[in-house]
Design a protein around this ligand. Structure first.
Ligand code: NAP
Length: 289
């Protein structure tokens, strides 16, 4: 006799899509939580090449995939293919979680509240502070909208400057902050870092397998910064190691990752997952690599 939960013909399928996807810990985290609650679901990962996003979305409907997480680089491009997105995801302009209700796809953003909760839980004071966000992609949008209302000043620096300017304009139009978009040159970063209290990396620089990379040179950092790197694989990025070494308070991407995953899990299954278990499993897996 098979012991529950087992994968059978009626098992519900959940997935994450991205490109690349090998770094993703979502299958490890979600399958552990599903098993813990004996839910009849399985969670898998799909690497979707850039020109195949539309076909992938048709596939969600065709194969009755019940819930989908969206990661780099599709959080923004997925929006036109969805049937509905909730008001917060619409305001942010990025979706990281989709629910398939009988071939009707609804998008949400759980990164935003996941990031803010992680920062507050780590003791980072946001209210009245100045922040610099590196990157202007899907995750940058979620993080910037999550914290912008509380901040005193917000700078966004991105490799492609027109994207940071566009995001800053969007934030300025839709929230109480007057955000400023910049490039990511060393001189620009040097000036901005000196002005801010919080530095947040939302670029994939330093992410597995390129763990020797960092979005910002060590010499530019100063000890009074709170440094949040949303990359969670590896658990301690080069940026986090260098910032800790000079005495900065730091936060890696794991707590945000678990928070956003737990919100998605509850939306899909109607059950609250065990956050400690989810975190433990990711740490166990990454620790073994
Ligand atoms: P995305 O939408 O593709 O955006 C990527 C951003 O990084 C863009 O601003 C891009 O700049 C910049 N970038 C990419 N490669 C770069 C490079 N070589 N040098 C400088 N800038 C570079 O991706 P995303 O969905 O926002 O995800 C970004 C990262 O955050 C990924 O590592 C992802 O795993 C992580 N993440 C973590 C969590 C969590 O829960 N901890 C949640 C979401 C995302 P351009 O505009 O110039 O292309």
């Amino acid at each position: 006799m098979l012991k529950k939960p087992y994968i059978a013909a009626r098992t519900n399928v959940l997935c994450v899509i991205g490109h690349p996807i090998e770094h993703s810990m979502s299958p490890i985290m979600h399958n552990a939580a599903l098993k813990d609650l004996s839910l009849d679901y399985v969670y898998v990962a799909f690497n979707i090449p850039p020109n195949d996003l539309k076909k992938a979305v048709l596939g969600f409907k065709m194969f009755n995939i019940k819930g989908i997480n969206v990661t780099i680089p599709y959080k923004e491009n997925i929006i036109p293919y969805l049937d509905e997105i909730d008001p917060l995801a619409e305001k942010i302009g990025a979706v990281n979680t989709i629910k398939n209700k009988g071939k009707y796809l609804i998008g949400k953003n759980t990164d935003a509240s996941g990031a803010k909760k992680a920062l507050l839980d780590a003791g980072c004071e946001i209210s009245g502070k100045k922040a610099l966000i590196l990157g202007a992609g899907g995750a940058a949008k979620a993080v910037s909208f999550a914290i912008s209302e509380d901040l005193d000043a917000l700078y966004i620096a991105n490799r492609t400057e027109k994207r940071s300017i566009k995001l800053a304009k969007d934030l300025t139009n839709k929230t109480a902050i007057k955000a400023i978009g910049k490039n990511m040159s060393i001189d620009t970063l040097k000036n901005l870092v000196n002005e801010v209290d919080i530095l947040i990396n939302t670029t994939p620089l330093g992410m597995y397998p390129d763990i020797g990379e960092s979005p910002i040179s060590e010499e530019i950092l100063h000890k009074d910064l709170f440094v949040f790197d949303i990359v969670y694989n590896p658990l301690e990025t080069r940026l986090i190691k260098e910032a800790s070494k000079i005495g900065c308070k730091t936060l890696g991407g794991l707590d945000m990752f678990v928070n956003q995953g737990a919100l998605a899990f509850e939306w899909w299954t109607g059950k609250k997952p065990n956050l400690n278990l989810m975190k433990e499993k990711v740490v166990e897996f990454l620790g073994k690599k």
